[in-house]
Design a protein around this ligand. Structure first.
Ligand code: SAM
Length: 287
């Protein structure tokens, strides 16, 4: 498949540090889980019940959405293309006494599940834009639709790429990691736009405080000078799909009523696309 082969490697390397992007990962998980659960309850057939649903998170990463959705009572299957991320999602869930029904390494373009297996498919926090061609985006959305039951719900979130494509920024603001137990980690990205104006290569920087400088001896003068920083840089590529493009892809893959929701409406930190899975066969791709 033509996807950048470094995507799994990028997230395998990032998996141990992924939580450092957030000032408080558990608090972010709780917020994101609340917002997604509310969307599920609003858009599914039985919104006012506490019914447990079969949810697939097909780009679960270290579990930022999968873990809190399981805590909301859903039966969550968590998959991702990065083996290290999936392994960490399973560990983090059990460390919190939460059960993920299944965890597995899987490519969203070829999901290892039977047709109509899930009530909800989640693909959150800018995962789909890792796919760089029309063919791959179509394939992934067609797979998400295939594994959804009739009346099932797709929930997909991306960066606000309509605004971003207008300005084409070349960096992101620094994000500060947890305040304890050490000094804060700093995460930021440098973006290098392709000539097409739609795709960009990103360099993901994390500045991680070193507790003790390598080679220093406790009490030696260099330790008294303060902490040093470990700089970790990882690279990958994104396709900054606009809401219009993604809506067209979702429709072409057979979804109905594709609807974008703002963060103000949902409480989720990114724009969210919801769409329904009907019974009919998907139509041909026309973007
Ligand atoms: C920005 S991270 C978000 C992860 C998680 N949803 C979260 O919010 O913490 C994007 C995720 O998409 C996954 N991903 C990228 N391409 C994929 C593919 N083809 N199939 C499955 N997962 C993929 C990456 O491995 C990564 O875990």
């Amino acid at each position: 498949m033509p996807q950048d082969p470094s995507v799994a490697g990028f997230y395998d390397r990032l998996a141990p540090d992924y939580h450092l992007i957030f000032p408080d990962w558990d608090a972010s998980m709780a917020r994101q889980g609340r917002a997604l659960d509310a969307l599920i309850r609003t858009h599914r057939a039985a919104p006012h019940t506490a019914e447990a649903l079969d949810v697939l998170d097909c780009s679960c990463g270290i579990g930022t959405q999968a873990i809190p959705l399981a805590r909301h009572g859903h039966r969550v299957t968590a998959t991702d293309i990065s083996p290290a991320a999936v392994a960490r999602a399973a560990r983090e869930a059990s460390a919190r006494g939460t059960r993920l029904s299944t965890t597995a390494v899987a490519d969203m373009r070829s999901l290892p599940f039977a047709d109509a297996r899930f009530d909800v498919v989640v693909c959150a926090d800018n995962s789909l834009p890792h796919l760089l061609t029309e063919e791959d985006v179509h394939r992934a959305l067609a797979e998400m639709r295939r594994v959804l039951r009739p009346t099932g719900l797709l929930i997909l979130s991306t960066r606000p790429y309509d605004e971003i494509r207008r300005d084409r920024p070349t960096s992101t603001p620094p994000q500060l990691g947890p305040a304890a137990p050490h000094a804060r980690t700093v995460t930021f990205q440098l973006w290098h736009w392709h000539d097409d104006g739609e795709r960009y290569d990103l360099e993901h920087f994390q500045l991680v405080p070193e507790e003790v400088r390598e080679g220093s001896v406790a009490g030696a003068p260099e330790e008294a000078e303060g902490e040093d920083w470990d700089v970790r840089v990882r690279r990958t590529t994104y396709w900054a799909l606009t809401q219009r493009q993604l809506t067209a892809f979702a429709t072409a893959a057979g979804f109905t009523e594709p609807t974008w929701h703002t963060p103000e409406e949902t409480g989720f930190f990114q724009p969210v696309l919801t769409a329904g899975a009907p019974r009919q066969e998907p139509r041909h791709l026309t973007v």
